[in-house]
Design a protein around this ligand. Structure first.
Ligand SMILES: *Cc1c(COP(=O)(O)O)cnc(C)c1O
Length: 355
């Protein structure tokens, strides 16, 4: 595949809308920066790359992504050091995962070097939008979707790839209650659970709503075959702090391989914890939660970094955790935030400075 490198046309806005935003109260996912990166795929290659003012798309009603779901995305963050230099957290990992999702969904890959170039140009242009409040960040949302205008279940021959940026405040910071669902499943091995693709999230909406109706915040997904093994939560992977070790479910072909999950595993190992990736049954969780051998549960994901779990419900059983007593989750969150803002040494080479 030939690639048109270093050919991004930049058309800045004539007037930024940054002054209309209250950075102390940013509703998550609703405030966008001035610009968007766009690239078009046709005739087997990416081209028409530009950074321009964010505007609405115009789509034909037969747009293939709308009908058959060929759509993938990523979620990552930028922060700034004390001099205002933008810092990206593990951008290559996100570029690689985007391309793994693309392969699974029969979509073209977006070359990693082009991804990095587009990202750095865009973040540089909108760098004033990186919030400096604690816990705040610039959320980065790359998205690729099919654009063929044709009603047929077949891979599209044309695609649009965009990157949009959203300033966000502290997210999901309150402890959550989880509903271990025995009826619905998120994904099965062989399905699309490993891909960050639109349909996975559509499929989760009804079970999530039902969990909320039962007084929980999110679904704790169990495996699709036996409803026995714990998989993950909404847009987070999950960690269990047992008495003598820490565990997270092993990647089983259905679980999304979180970049934060991977960072947590690395940090915990570097700090000398016994960390295991293994099969974890919901019965083990409930039993050890009851008898005190399970000390703490938390989720990992880009948006909230670590989210403390205060309750897990499974059938008629409930286990509860005192959020104030959580140690490992908050420690990991603090470590990642410190590395991300340049306050702690980046021993694992995770942060990319955008000069
Ligand atoms: C994005 C996502 C995660 C977390 O991945 P990170 O790379 O850590 O943000 C976990 N599970 C699902 C289903 C996700 O979509």
């Amino acid at each position: 595949m030939s690639v048109d490198v270093s050919n991004i046309k930049i058309s800045p806005v004539s007037k930024s809308k940054i002054d209309t935003v209250d950075f102390d109260q940013i509703p998550f996912g609703r405030v966008f920066t001035d610009h968007i990166f766009q690239a078009q795929y046709k005739n087997g290659q990416w081209g028409d790359m530009e950074i321009s003012p964010l505007e609405h798309f115009s789509l034909h009603p037969s747009n293939l992504a709308l009908h058959y779901g060929q759509s993938i995305f990523e979620g990552m963050k930028a922060s700034a050091d004390k001099n205002g230099t933008p810092l990206l957290f593990r951008p290559e990992e996100h570029a690689r995962r985007l391309n793994r999702s693309a392969r699974r969904m029969c979509m073209p890959e977006f070359p990693e070097e082009l991804f990095m170039e587009a990202l750095t140009e865009l973040v540089t242009l909108d760098r004033n939008w990186i919030p400096d409040r604690p816990g705040s960040a610039l959320y980065i949302r790359p998205l690729m979707f099919a654009t063929d205008e044709f009603l047929g279940v077949a891979p599209s021959e044309t695609y649009t790839f965009v990157i949009m940026l959203l300033p966000v405040g502290p997210y999901y910071s309150k402890p959550v209650k989880l509903w271990a669902d025995t009826e619905f499943v998120r994904a099965v091995a062989g399905g699309t659970g490993e891909a960050k693709t639109a349909g996975n999230y559509a499929a989760s909406l009804l079970p999530s709503k039902m969990a909320k109706d039962r007084g929980c915040d999110q679904v704790l997904w169990l495996d699709g075959k036996e409803r026995k093994y714990v998989q993950e939560v909404g847009t987070m992977n999950i960690f269990f702090v047992f008495e003598d070790h820490i565990a997270t479910p092993e990647l089983d072909g259905a679980i999304l391989a979180g970049v934060t999950r991977n960072a947590f595993l690395t940090l915990l190992r570097a700090k000398g914890y016994d960390v295991q990736t293994r099969k974890i049954t919901i019965n083990e969780v409930m039993e050890k939660g009851q008898n005190g051998q399970l000390k703490e549960v938390f989720g990992s994901g880009t948006a909230a970094v670590a989210t403390i779990v205060e309750e897990v419900r499974y059938k008629d059983e409930v286990i509860k955790f005192d959020p104030e007593a959580a140690e490992v989750g908050p420690m990991l969150k603090q470590t990642i935030e410190d590395i991300r803002h340049g306050r702690q040494e980046d021993l694992h080479d995770w942060v990319m400075r955008v000069e």
